[in-house]
Design a protein around this ligand. Structure first.
Ligand SMILES: [Zn+2]
Length: 317
């Protein structure tokens, strides 16, 4: 299996991670941020597990795209995992629900845990809708004969599934065998090089979803902890002393600690920063110090003199 689009944390996941570290208050919003982060993180861990079971399947001459986000008509849709093979395009929707998962006669998915009961729309319908949208795109690209096979995979190992034995709504441990079975049973209709081409064409159409998490939680800059945070003890700030950063708390030293802070700024606030904004965020008084740090890091400049801005994109994953 060749990985064309590797699994990566979503923009939301990355922003929540930084926000959790830099949000000052321990209030209701902090709890919300923590919950949202927990969900994103668990989903990401679940999808990592998919990789393990996929690698056990017989996936020679196949291509994997994780989190592929495409646009059809006016709308975007995102496929958790696509496995492109010369015989079939398998699309996987992954669900990380815990507890007992039941599909009722009204086609609702019911999640039952000791603390709550929740209903969701049937995820199989969701992945069937993705199939419809993807069908249009594949047809337009000249792959109208390539079948699409949707699957729903429940990635939480502690879930108890009660779904009436549907072959395409499965637990993680069944994934390897299901994939092997599907690949054996669809006839080969494309060459590997044609499928390779398709994988790369779809990759070029992929658009990341951008988030503005400060807007989402109605937060401004002042809600955030500024400064360079110690990578060792994690919450305390570091002071800049004689050209290095020293933690006020654990005395850890790190000459490059400002890079992580700049990455936080780019993730949460803006990819573009001025000298003045950098002084405020890194808590450095001297214009010259910022100038020297940025020059040393070779950060691309936009404009000149007083209006100079710096592009922090290279610090983002
Ligand atoms: Zn420290």
């Amino acid at each position: 299996m060749k990985i064309v689009l590797p699994l990566a944390k979503t923009e939301l996941h990355q922003q929540l991670e930084v926000l959790l570290k830099r949000y000052r208050q321990r209030d209701r919003i902090y709890d919300e941020i923590q919950d949202a982060y927990g969900r994103e993180h668990a989903g990401y861990q679940g999808e990592k597990q998919l990789d393990y079971y996929l690698h056990l399947a017989n996936l020679k001459n196949t291509f994997s795209l994780a989190g592929l986000r495409l646009k059809w008509d006016k709308y975007y849709f995102q496929i958790d995992r696509m496995i492109l093979t010369p015989s079939v395009c398998i699309i996987i929707e992954s669900k990380n629900l815990k507890g007992e998962i039941i599909l009722n006669e009204e086609d609702q998915l019911i999640q039952q845990t000791p603390d709550y009961q929740k209903s969701y729309e049937n995820p199989y319908n969701q992945v069937k809708l993705q199939e419809k949208q993807l069908r249009h795109i594949l047809n337009n690209l000249g792959y109208s004969n390539l079948p699409i096979h949707p699957l729903v995979v429940f990635t939480n190992k502690n879930a108890i599934l009660n779904l009436g034995g549907k072959p395409d709504m499965i637990a993680l441990h069944q994934l390897t065998f299901r994939i092997d079975h599907l690949i054996q049973n669809y006839p080969k209709i494309q060459t590997t090089s044609e499928i390779n081409k398709l994988a790369h064409t779809l990759f070029k159409k992929h658009t990341r979803k951008l988030e503005n998490i400060l807007n989402r939680y109605k937060l401004n800059f002042y809600a955030l902890q500024t400064g360079v945070i110690c990578p060792n003890c994690e919450r305390r700030k570091m002071a800049r002393i004689h050209g290095t950063w020293i933690c006020r708390h654990c005395k850890h030293q790190d000459r490059q600690a400002h890079i992580a802070a700049l990455r936080d700024y780019a993730t949460l606030i803006n990819r573009i920063i001025t000298n003045k904004e950098a002084r405020r965020f890194l808590e450095i008084d001297s214009r010259n110090t910022i100038y020297r740090l940025f020059t040393k890091l070779n950060i691309p400049k936009i404009g000149n003199k007083k209006g100079t801005q710096y592009n922090l994109e290279k610090f983002l994953p």
